[in-house]
Every structure is written in structure tokens, then in C-alpha cells.
Design a protein around this ligand. Sequence first.
Ligand SMILES: *[C@@H]1O[C@H](CO)[C@@H](O)[C@H](O)[C@H]1NC(C)=O
Ligand SMILES: *[C@@H]1O[C@H](CO)[C@@H](O)[C@H](O)[C@H]1NC(C)=O
Ligand SMILES: *[C@@H]1O[C@H](CO)[C@@H](O)[C@H](O)[C@H]1NC(C)=O
Ligand SMILES: *[C@@H]1O[C@H](CO)[C@@H](O)[C@H](O)[C@H]1NC(C)=O
Ligand SMILES: *[C@@H]1O[C@H](CO)[C@@H](O)[C@H](O)[C@H]1NC(C)=O
Ligand SMILES: *[C@@H]1O[C@H](CO)[C@@H](O)[C@H](O)[C@H]1NC(C)=O
Ligand SMILES: *[C@@H]1O[C@H](CO)[C@@H](O)[C@H](O)[C@H]1NC(C)=O
Ligand SMILES: *[C@@H]1O[C@H](CO)[C@@H](O)[C@H](O)[C@H]1NC(C)=O
Length: 681
Amino acid sequence: MVHPLHLLLLLAQIFFFQSILAVDFVFNGFNSSDLLIYGDTTLESRVLSLTNASTFSMGRALFPSKIPTRSSNSSDLLPFSTSFIFSIAPYEKKLPGHGLVFIFVPSTGMEGASSSQHLGLFNRTNNGNPSNHVFGIEFDVFANQEFGDINDNHVGVDVNSLTSVTANKSGYWADDETFEDLRLNNGGNYQVWIDYLDSQLSVTMAPVGLSRPRRPLINFSINLSGVFLGETYVGFCGATGLLVESHRILGWSFSNSNFSISQELILTNLPSFVPPKSSVFRSKAFITGITVATIIVIGCSIVIYLLLVKRKGRRARDREAMEDWELEYWPHRMTYQDIYAATKGFSEENVIGIGGNGKVYKGVLVGGVEVAVKRISHENNDKLREFLAEVSSLGRLKHRNLVRLRGWCKKEKGSLILIYDYMENGSLDKRVFECEESLILKWEDRIRVLKDVAAGVLYLHEGWEARVLHRDIKASNVLLDKDMNGRLADFGLARMHGHGQTASTSRVIGTVGYMAPEVVRSGRASAQTDVFGFGVLILEVACGQRPIEDGKPPLVDWVWGLMEQGELVLALDQRLKAMGGFDIEEVERVLHLGLLCAYPDPRARPTMRQVVKVLEGKSGVEEPEEEGMDVYLLNKLRSTTMWSKYRRSLGRGGHPTFGEIRQSLSSSMSLSSSEIIKEGR
Ligand SMILES: *[C@@H]1O[C@H](CO)[C@@H](O)[C@H](O)[C@H]1NC(C)=O
Ligand SMILES: *[C@@H]1O[C@H](CO)[C@@H](O)[C@H](O)[C@H]1NC(C)=O
Ligand SMILES: *[C@@H]1O[C@H](CO)[C@@H](O)[C@H](O)[C@H]1NC(C)=O
Ligand SMILES: *[C@@H]1O[C@H](CO)[C@@H](O)[C@H](O)[C@H]1NC(C)=O
Ligand SMILES: *[C@@H]1O[C@H](CO)[C@@H](O)[C@H](O)[C@H]1NC(C)=O
Ligand SMILES: *[C@@H]1O[C@H](CO)[C@@H](O)[C@H](O)[C@H]1NC(C)=O
Ligand SMILES: *[C@@H]1O[C@H](CO)[C@@H](O)[C@H](O)[C@H]1NC(C)=O
Ligand SMILES: *[C@@H]1O[C@H](CO)[C@@H](O)[C@H](O)[C@H]1NC(C)=O
């Protein structure tokens, strides 16, 4: 039996700790003594701006003292309740990105942070490191494949990594249980509530002025004991990349004892950062865009409806029956049980990659054949459609430089599964960028792989009755088989088009850094946009650099600059210079080819057939025609007429950079980039 006095003492002790440990603060606007700020963060008119209007800007703001996370020496975590008001607004004529994060971090400063997709929180090295002791809630407006982002407008829970442990598209549950979508970066003022109590985390958001929705956006069970040190800093960080937007915090409350503290936030008379409705929305281009999009949507709906009706009818007749086109085109169907066994029940240890479509597993079929298994869940209709596009094209395409689809399997409810040949040597990017010395590809191997890829793309463009666009050519989509042959993978984005037509979609598909300017502008993909992607691939493979790296000019601009200074050879991968085994003339020719392929004006780019010729035409002397081609391309590249045209159109002297051309092209953009760009994959 517990003595009442003991109980009283215990209570007194708890209250004593609580009173010592309690941290409460409310900021209705900030002044310079309220926060520690780092990077490009500024305070103006009591509003906190985490980033400025520059590209690759990042910043951080922290409450000045550490807050305790534990109530005593026990492992019990203190609860917390915080609320803040943020606004993310696009700048005129700029593509918006990347996002902000509410963070708990162990130390001040922003060491180990980088901009763009790393959101001013981590960098490529420390992302995912358990010793980060970082917990955050991200408000991310970009879909990054490498972090498995669900879309380009989501709220995610981050533990030591930008790969969220859970995430939802942003929005809120109205009282009648309907879900209302919210666009994070439309400049609107949004209030966020984040509560953590007894290992249950809830994140809720709503436009300022709305009372707190009863049902949270995220309700997630998570034990943060291992994440939080005894004391931690709390605050915000954010970043821009090549894409720029403002990230502002207007007010903030925090408490680890009083869950009503957010009531003290003043929600009236807040400044508004919603950009004025520009004439873009009334412009011809916009109206045309909307009309085209509407027609496409209606067209797709009809087709999908018809397919569904047809499928339903069939299913009713015979559940296992295959559709005619499945029988005609698709490779072998396999049983789910076989695939399940091959991948040890889709175990995490068999995961070899995470693509835009879902996880990729390594599997071993009965008989010892190694395969790569790509699993796509049914939940998301967009993904399902991507999947169907991929299967229906790849199943029919056969070429030694394309990754072969061995089979597929479909579950009544659950996942759709694709089985590919396993590529022993992984993806090209792992052999060119940051990797062990022993894995780095030699110059001759790089050239061979580029030739392989060029042959693969040429086959897609011309080798088949319908033109297939790849739309996402990049190093991580080039895989190496056991003989180190390059094979192009991931046709999730490929769509069929009759020869001679340009394809158009209502949103742009591709990866930032590999996307041709006309795609950013109009959403229109063509064979020339694949050539652009291939040009960037050439440059990254030859230079050993990613197309966009923090704090550096885009790779294409940089190489172009070196060419203008007559120092093209400096662009060659440093490690190759040390290894030797290359021919300077060939290096120059390949870099020239890359630059020409990645030329901003699509009309100046060569066709894939010409590209293949230049790559193959090593000994052009014997074949005058190919020598001619080489010279022709070089002259075309060196002629500055096209550059001066752009210069005039920009109304300024000096050669414009690729970035400037991109910008001048995108200023006539009809849709906001967040609607049309999808990064990742
Ligand atoms: C800043 O705000 C704090 C309270 O939030 C107040 O005590 C302090 O006087 C203010 N300082 C300035 C310089 O306005
Ligand atoms: C952003 O901040 C950086 C340094 O903090 C500065 O160099 C740059 O000029 C700023 N950009 C703008 C547009 O204010
Ligand atoms: C709790 O930690 C303090 C030092 O931080 C120590 O003095 C004290 O003995 C510890 N109490 C228990 C119950 O472990
Ligand atoms: C990331 O930050 C750490 C310091 O925390 C640094 O050692 C490392 O070099 C950085 N990595 C990159 C890729 O910048
Ligand atoms: C939020 O994410 C969870 C887990 O992924 C999912 O079950 C839920 O349906 C999502 N809610 C919305 C509104 O998307
Ligand atoms: C959140 O989930 C927990 C259990 O997972 C449940 O007990 C709780 O009621 C949920 N909260 C809300 C607000 O839905
Ligand atoms: C959280 O995890 C720690 C150890 O990691 C454990 O001691 C503690 O009991 C857990 N808390 C809850 C509520 O499960
Ligand atoms: C919690 O905060 C609310 C709002 O500031 C206040 O009205 C209430 O008295 C506080 N409760 C406690 C126990 O401090």
C-alpha cells in the first residue's frame, strides 16, 4: 500500500521537474533577439525569411537556447506542442522550389547542410546518418526520387534523413470528413500544429483563419527516444535551388507542457504574400494550355472508362483470362508465389533501389536466374498509369541496349510486379560520381557505354513502327550488365507516338538538369528533347560531375564557358586525367558533341542517327562522309549566330549563359512549374 505522503511527494517531484523543464514561448512576429539565424536568413518587419531570392540559397533560424527533451534521467520523452504560420511564395517569372522544415537539431549553425533538395538540412553525405539526431517536419514542393517523395506538394516526417518515414500530400480534413488539398507554395498563409505525446505525433495544417481541423493530416506513432539527445535546439530551415521561392515564418508558439499555447498566436492582420494574379492566367498561352489539358483529361477519362468497362466484363467471364493485347505483347506471366519466394517475401535486405515507381528488389528465380523485381502498389492511379505505359512499351521493345523485361505478375488486389533482367553492375552514376577508386570507369569504357546508350535511344526513336520517347535519359537510368554493356532502363515515362508528330502533355515529365528548355516552357517533348538529355549524359560522364551541383553553375554552362575560353580539356574528369588512357582529340570531339546535343535551341541539335555516327566515326578518315559529319557538327557548334540571336532577344551584351536562356524561355511559361515539373525518377 502506498502511503499518501509518498504520493504527494511524487507529485511534488513531478511538478518540480515540470516547472524547471517547461519551455513555453510565443512569437507573434520576431525581432533579432528572439532567434539565432544562419545562412541567408533575414528578419524584416518582424517576418522571418529563411531564404532570399537567390538560387541555391539556404538558411536556418533557431530558438536561442536548448530545450530539454526528457523529464528526468528516465527515458520518457517530454511531450511538445507547437504551432506556426508560414508562407511560401513564388517569385515572378521564376520556377518555385524547394521547401522548408520545422526542425529539432542538436547544435547551432548549419554545418553539413546544403541547398536544393537537401532543404538546408542535410547534405549528400550525412543524409540518413543515425548520428544526426535530427527530427523534422518537411513542407516540400518538389518530388525527389532519391528520397522517395510522394509528390511535389507534401508534408513529411523526417528522422535523420530526407527520406520521410511517413508523408501525405498537403491539405486538411474538413469537418465533414472531406479532404481539402492545399498548395504549399501559392503564397498563402498557413497555420501548422504539431503535437507529440506518448509517442504519438500529429501534424495538422489549415489556411490561417480556419480553426484547427479535428482530424490531423498525419497521425503517426513514433518513438523519438533514440533521436533526441537530452537537450536540443528547435527552429526552421529552408532552401532554394535552381528553383527559387520565398520561405517565411510569421509567428510561432511552442510548449512542452501546455497544449493550448497556440491560442496565443495572433491570426489577424498578418501580411499577405500571395502574388498578384498576373496576366499569365488570362494569357492566350494559359487558356490554350488549359483547353489542351482539358481535352486530354476528357480523352483519357473516356479511354480509361472504356478500358475499365471492358476489363470488368472480361473479369466477370474469366478471372484469369488475359486481355488480347496482354497475350500479344507481354512477356511471360509469372505467379505471385514464385516472385514472393524469389525476393524472400520482398524483404528489405533485397532492396537494390528505389525508383519513382516504387522499390526495386533483387530476386533469384527457381533455377538460379537472377532478376530485378519492381513492385508498384495499386494505391496511386497515376503510378498505375505510369506502370502500364512502361509495360506496354517495354514488353514490346527488344534491343541489346535496353533492359529486358522478363515477365510480370498482377495481384487481384495489391501490387503489380515487373520482372527485369538483373543488371550485375548497377547503374552508371555509381561508376562515374563519388565512388571507390576501383569502380571508376575508364575513358574507353565510358565511351563504349555512351555508344551503347546512343544505339538504344536510336532504336527507340527509329527502330520500331511507333516512335518511343524515353523522356528521362540520365546516368541513373543507364544500367550495366555483367559484360559492362550499357543498357537504358526505366521506360515508365515513355509514351507512344506516331512518327513525325511531337508529343504534348499537360505536364512536364523529366528530371531537372536534364530537361530541355523547351520542355520546361511548353511541356512538349520530342525526339530533340531526348537528344538534349543524351547531351547532358555525355557531359556528366566525360566530366564526372552531376548536371546540377550546389553552389556551381549548371554543368552545361560551365563546359560551354571552358570551350569559349579554348580550355575544353579542363572539363575532363580529374580522375580520368590521372588514369590516362584517353585521346585528347576524342575527348574534345565527345565534349563538342555533348554541347551540341544539349544546345538550348532544339533545331540546332543533331538527330540520334547523327549522334551515333559521330560516336562511331572514330576513324572518320576512311569514311569521308563521316568525317564530313564531324566537321559539319563542329562548325554548327562554333558558329555564334544563334548565340547572338539570343543575346539580342535578351537585350544585353556578352554571351548569355544557358541559365539565362532558360530563364528567358521560361518567362513566357503558361503554367506554374510546380504543376508541370516533376523531379526525380
Ligand atoms: C524583442 O522581443 C522581445 C520579446 O519577444 C522583447 O522582450 C524585446 O524587448 C524585443 N527587442 C527589441 C529590440 O524589440
Ligand atoms: C542572398 O544572400 C547571399 C548571402 O547571404 C547574398 O550573397 C545574395 O546577394 C543574396 N541575394 C539576394 C537576392 O538578396
Ligand atoms: C540523474 O542525473 C543526474 C546528473 O545529470 C545525477 O546527478 C542523478 O543522480 C541522476 N539520477 C538518477 C535517479 O539516476
Ligand atoms: C557534408 O557535411 C559534412 C560535415 O557535416 C562534411 O564533412 C561533408 O564533406 C559534406 N558533404 C558534402 C557532399 O558536401
Ligand atoms: C496519408 O498517408 C497515410 C499513410 O501513407 C495514408 O494511409 C493516408 O490515406 C494518407 N492520407 C491522405 C489524405 O492522403
Ligand atoms: C491517432 O492514432 C491513434 C492510434 O494510432 C489513435 O488512438 C488516435 O485517436 C488518433 N488521433 C486522431 C486525432 O485521429
Ligand atoms: C521508446 O524507446 C526506448 C528505447 O529506445 C524505450 O526505453 C521506451 O520505453 C520507448 N517508449 C515507448 C513509449 O515505447
Ligand atoms: C495554457 O495556455 C493557455 C493559452 O495561453 C492559457 O490560457 C492557459 O492558462 C495555459 N495553461 C496553463 C496550465 O498554463
